[in-house]
Design a protein around this ligand. Sequence first.
Ligand SMILES: [Zn+2]
Length: 300
Amino acid sequence: MPLQIVHHPDYDAGFAVNHRFPMSKYPLLMDALRRHGLAVPEALSMPEPAPAAWLKLAHAADYVDQVIACEVPEKIEREIGFPVGERVSLRAQLATAGTVLAARLALRHGIACNAAGGSHHARRAQGAGFCTFNDVAVASLVLLAEGAVDNILVVDLDVHQGDGTADILRDEPRAFTLSMHGERNYPARKIASDLDVALPDGTGDAAYLDRLGAILPELSQRRSWDIVFYNAGVDVHAEDKLGRLALSDDGIRGRDEMVIRHFRGAGIPLCGVIGGGYSSDVPALAARHAILFEVASAYA
Ligand SMILES: [Zn+2]
């Protein structure tokens, strides 16, 4: 069975190439996955746009309606970082449904990845920081509402703190949120996760992997998890425009390997999402995002 990969061509909302958000990384990631022999027909699934009812489990109903109608107030659009027109609205609904679908595939097959997702700055009331809807929070609440799982672990290793996920899942005792991030990074005002690990600027491979290696067994001792959502943001890379850490490609590979081996070794389903990554060298960035899929495919 090949690694199950969820993708949609409209994950790419077609921003200008010089936009601060490197939108072309989505099609370039799929190109990279094709080159690696991973994006074969029997591996690929496509989501339908998420129904409003799913989105409203995690987000305020008026905000969901505004995004779907492309009538998001300008003040909120500024916090998101781009206007929410038709293509952005559609991509947010598709990427969110993609994580729901990947989570269901993970429950069935052990592991699956969405070739988007990790929009962890979207809070209950509104989007922020390039995130319109919080796909991992929506997927968590959909699975809980359906009774598909009882205990959810979010392992968020994007370089930015997972404030939106922490906000949405704060009062949900069946979901536990870990965020390991750069201390001095966005967001300036962090919302406490169940466990936050803040790293100093310039943290490199060895110190990062040491820290992570100590945390993973702790997480497993807390509860018997039914599913893990893994945000594999590559903005921890030394060459990332927004990150302040100093991981190498090998460090990212070691990180992904450590997380996936840990949970799959214990038989826990894992749903991977790509998270953040910012570079004007978008092919190099797409290759970094492909590492998650290369590592995950060895466990499929
Ligand atoms: Zn990030």
